[in-house]
Ligand binder design. Structure first.
Ligand code: PMV
Length: 324
């Protein structure tokens, strides 16, 4: 049997991806930029089984449900098509993000699956190939392939839509998992509904492109304050465009707003930090490394805090050919 294992970490966008140009190819309408974190990795092993009639997906120590299994099977079908190999596989995935931490995102999962499946089926495992492939599982997974700060170029076709590293000053993200239910509207449905019904959608797309250009400039200049301001504004713009959808989508809860307010008071008091939030209630707070502990202490009463730094990109381990 041929098997390979890969490890990947979640990423949090500082300029968000919210809208697809091509749902099939998972091409985004705009580019985005994120930090891959050094906490809560996912480890995935793909083991080919020439005798099996179907793929199997084991999450933690139990067989995954039909929806999650379906996504994995569709992804493996794409890998098999590219590799020109028919074998079915057993996929075992261990996600260290506790449920409700707000980072059980599919990004680390599909980045790890892209790495392990590519190695097991004999596809290239360079960063660009893995980023292109991971994107097909979940758009944001394209960025978890890359260490630290990553820009995902929107691209114009399958091979031109990938992420690559960006230089930036040292930063930390303080993850604040607030006490609120997880998202009720998936990012896939949220993006679709926003594009179809939000009257602000065109404005969002134009502003997100400008935010990305400004963010890349700020990263080049190593300007933490500018990076933070752009990230917070961009996040609130994403939440504004979703709230204007019909029916409206509100990911932020009162407990999220409390964190946003506290971040604003911290800034007024001279502790510089900036907030962002994805398609869920949890908040991620950007700080300079020297301030991260103070920021985490100030936010601890509002949720469960974790301090994350820039993390590694996907790491692939090939197993030896073995029998059994
Ligand atoms: O790739 P998905 O379906 O997990 O969508 C990601 C959407 C956001 O997390 C809200 C934004 C982003 O750029 O990660």
């Amino acid at each position: 049997m041929t098997a390979a294992t890969a490890h990947a970490h979640p990423n949090i966008a500082l300029v968000k991806y919210w809208g697809k140009r091509d749902e099939q190819l998972m091409l985004p309408q705009t580019g985005s930029l994120s930090m891959t974190l050094d906490i809560l990795p996912t480890t995935t092993t793909v083991e080919l089984d020439p005798d099996a009639a179907a793929d199997e997906f084991v999450l933690g120590d139990t067989a995954a449900g039909p929806a999650a299994t379906g996504r994995v099977v569709r992804f493996l079908d794409l890998v098999r098509e590219r590799a020109g190999r028919p074998e079915r596989a057993v996929v075992r995935s261990v996600n260290t993000a506790p449920t409700g931490a707000g980072m059980a995102s599919s990004a680390a999962g599909f980045a790890a699956l892209a790495g392990a499946a590519s190695a097991a089926y004999g596809l290239p495992t360079d960063a660009r190939s893995l980023s292109v492939l991971a994107r097909r599982g979940s758009g944001s997974a394209a960025r978890s392939v890359i260490p630290g700060l990553a820009v995902w170029h929107a691209g114009h076709d399958d091979s031109s839509s990938f992420a690559e590293p960006v230089d930036a000053p040292p930063m930390r993200l303080v993850a604040v998992s607030v006490d609120a239910p997880e998202k009720a509207v998936s990012s896939r449905e949220g993006m679709r509904r926003t594009a179809l019904t939000s009257p602000f959608h065109t404005a969002w797309t134009a502003s997100a492109s400008r935010d990305l250009e400004a963010m890349l400039d700020a990263c080049r200049d190593g300007d933490f304050s500018r990076i933070g301001r752009i990230a917070e504004t961009n996040a609130l713009r994403m939440h504004a465009v979703t709230q204007a959808a019909d029916p409206p989508i509100r990911y932020l809860r009162p407990s999220s707003i409390a964190v946003l307010d506290e971040v604003q008071s911290m800034r007024r008091a001279g502790l510089e930090a900036y907030a962002t939030a994805d398609a869920g209630p949890h908040v991620f707070v950007l700080a300079r490394p020297a301030d991260a502990d103070a920021v985490a202490r100030a936010l601890a009463p509002l949720g469960e805090v974790r301090v994350a730094g820039p993390g590694p990109g996907v790491r692939v381990e090939r197993h030896d050919e073995r029998h059994g």
